[in-house]
Design a protein around this ligand. Structure first.
Ligand code: TMP
Length: 265
C-alpha cells in the first residue's frame, strides 16, 4: 500500500488543516485516506477552563502514544496509527470518529469517586466501561448504551466491537504499566470507522498518553498523569518523562534534564 511507504515532502505552511482540537491538530496526509496527527504542548482541563502550555508535552505524548499503538497493532488490535513521522507528528489513517469517549476504570478515582462517593484508590470489583458523548458545549455528558443506539451514534454491533476492543486495550495496558511499576487506574479512548472498499471496521483512534490515563506509581502512589495539572500539583512534565523513561522510550538520564525530553531513536 502506497501510504505505508515514506511520505513525500509537503511543506508545513502548505498543508491543509483539517481539524484543531485542544491538544492536537489534524492535517491532510500525504496520500488519500491518511492524515497527519500533530501533538501540541497545550494542556487543558475542565473543558478548556484551565489552560497552559507545557514545553515538550507534545513530544512526549507523541512518543508514548506511538509506543502503545505500535504494540497494540502488533497484538492485532486494529488502530489508526501508521507510523511516527517526527518529534511531534504521526501518520494515521483517516477514520470517521465515533462521538464517544470510552472510559475504562479499574480503580475508583476522579468523576466516579465524586459521583458515587467511592474513595479514590479503592479497587473496583471488576473493570467498568463508561460512555460519554463527545460534545464540548454539553461538557461531554455521560450516556448509556440506550442513548448511543437510539440516537444512532453507534450501532449495537459497533458497541459490541468497541467494548471488546476496550477490554483488550485495558488488559494490555494494565500489564504493560504493571511491568514498570505503574498502576493503571483508568483511561479514556476513542474509536473510529475505517472504510476499506465497501467494508467498515471499528479501529482505535486518537491517542493513549498520560493526558488520557490515570497512572499511579505502584510503590508511592504518586500521580504520573494529567491530574498533576488538573489538581495544580506541578511536576507534570517530569511525571510524563518518568512514564516515558520507564517504558524505555527516553534515555535514563533525561528525566534529570530540565531542558526537555531527549528521544531515543
Ligand atoms: P474522569 O474520572 O474525570 O471521568 O476521567 C476518567 C478518565 O478519562 C481519566 O483517565 C482521564 C480521562 N479523561 C480524558 O482523557 N478526557 C476528558 O475530557 C476527561 C473528562 C477524562
Amino acid at each position: 500500500m502506497d501510504f505505508l511507504k515514506p511520505s513525500r515532502y509537503v511543506p508545513m505552511n502548505r498543508r491543509r488543516r483539517i481539524y484543531e482540537g485542544k491538544a492536537k491538530i489534524l492535517y491532510e496526509g500525504p496520500e488519500p485516506g491518511t492524515l497527519i496527527q500533530h501533538f501540541k504542548d497545550d494542556a487543558t482541563a475542565f473543558n478548556n477552563k484551565k489552560h497552559a502550555v507545557i514545553d515538550g508535552k507534545g513530544v512526549l505524548n507523541n512518543r508514548i502514544s506511538e509506543y502503545i499503538f505500535t504494540q497494540l497493532n502488533q497484538l492485532g488490535v486494529p488502530t489508526h496509527f501508521v507510523r511516527r513521522l517526527n518529534m511531534r507528528e504521526q501518520l494515521i489513517r483517516e477514520v470517521e470518529i465515533i462521538p464517544l469517549e470510552v472510559v475504562v476504570r479499574n480503580v475508583a478515582a476522579g468523576s466516579l469517586s465524586t459521583r458515587l462517593g467511592i474513595p479514590e484508590g479503592q479497587q473496583l470489583p471488576r473493570s467498568i466501561i463508561e460512555f460519554y458523548y463527545k460534545n464540548d458545549e454539553l461538557n461531554d455528558p455521560m450516556v448509556s448504551e440506550e442513548h448511543i443506539t437510539a440516537f444512532g451514534w453507534a450501532s449495537p454491533q459497533d458497541l459490541d466491537d468497541i467494548m471488546a476492543l476496550a477490554i483488550r486495550v485495558n488488559d494490555f495496558l494494565s500489564g504493560l504499566f504493571l511491568g514498570v511499576g505503574i498502576r493503571l487506574v483508568d483511561f479514556k479512548i476513542e474509536f473510529g470507522r475505517l472504510f476499506e472498499g465497501d467494508m467498515m471496521r471499528i479501529v482505535l483512534a486518537d491517542e493513549i498518553s498520560p493526558d488520557s490515563c490515570r497512572l499511579w506509581d505502584n510503590a508511592s502512589g504518586d500521580k504520573l498523569d494529567k491530574d498533576r495539572f488538573r489538581r495544580d500539583m506541578g511536576g507534570m512534565l517530569e511525571a510524563y518523562q518518568e512514564v516515558a523513561r520507564r517504558l524505555g522510550i527516553l534515555n535514563d538520564n533525561s528525566s534529570s534534564q530540565p531542558s526537555g525530553p531527549v528521544p531515543v531513536n
